[in-house]
Design a protein around this ligand. Structure first.
Ligand SMILES: [Zn+2]
Length: 254
């Protein structure tokens, strides 16, 4: 990643970065005209996706139009092909809403779409995921991506997500997982941004999830299913849609 990008990510707040990116990236996308890759989220085609990544730059990662990443495109395709997400009148809680999903989800669910975040101005409700101001069983579907590695107590956050989800409801809980690690790595003595960057790879990360990630989700009471791109996409589609090795963690509450 370029020095300028790293400086911006380290020194500006997430909402500010999102606002700047929302103007700069689509403008730069004009130089990516072509048809080789396709973003299922916004439906646009390009010569290639932009490179992007905090720790190291990944080629073919970022959609020049809606700013979806590999995991967002994977999730979109899975929701479209394997669930009734796009046709059911769900009441949806979307924690830390991703920019690329906001408009399409708003169009789909209208008033039943609740966005929530600790700081993002994109979200309707300001909250801490470890203590949410919602009633038990209030939501049919909960989406919470790349948050559990940021919170002090991920078990508390998971029990809250479980509480606000209705019975027979379901959710998507994506987090970065290091599959080379057997057990998730945490160390509460690492408290400064520098220490956390050194230990967990990012100044705002509090842990690195390992292969026990799915078990941690199960411990909260969920039935967990781990889905890979190859489970439902062809090799050609994986290339065309710019999908990486991310897995989807699909959870259900009985
Ligand atoms: Zn897109």
């Amino acid at each position: 990643m370029g020095r300028l990008t790293k400086y911006v990510l380290n020194h500006l707040s997430r909402p500010t970065v999102q606002r700047i990116a929302g103007v700069v990236i689509p403008a730069a996308g004009l130089f990516m005209r072509g048809r080789r890759v396709e973003c299922p989220v916004c439906g646009k085609r390009f010569r290639k996706f932009f490179s992007y990544g905090y720790v190291s730059s990944r080629s073919g990662a970022l959609c020049p139009h809606c700013m979806s990443l590999e995991r967002h495109r994977l999730l979109w395709l899975w929701l479209e092909r394997k669930t009734d997400f796009f046709s059911a009148p769900y009441r949806l809680l979307h924690i830390a809403p991703e920019h690329c999903f906001l408009r399409p989800f708003e169009r789909l669910f209208g008033e039943k779409y609740v966005t929530a975040d600790l700081e993002s101005p994109l979200a309707k409700v300001k909250l801490d995921v470890q203590q949410m101001p919602f009633d038990e069983c209030e939501f049919d579907v909960v989406i919470c991506n790349h948050i559990l590695e940021h919170v002090e107590d991920d078990r508390k956050a998971l029990s809250e997500i479980f509480r606000v989800m209705r019975h027979s409801g379901w959710g998507i809980l994506l987090s970065p997982v290091d599959y080379g690690l057997e057990v998730s790595y945490e160390d509460p003595t690492k408290t400064t941004p520098e220490e956390r960057r050194e230990a967990f790879g990012q100044p705002d990360h509090l842990r690195i999830f390992g292969r026990d990630y799915a078990d941690r989700l199960s411990s909260a009471g969920f039935i967990v299913e781990e889905i890979r791109a190859t489970d439902f996409l062809s090799a050609d589609e994986i290339t065309r849609f710019g999908i990486a090795t991310d897995r989807i963690h699909f959870v259900r509450k009985l």
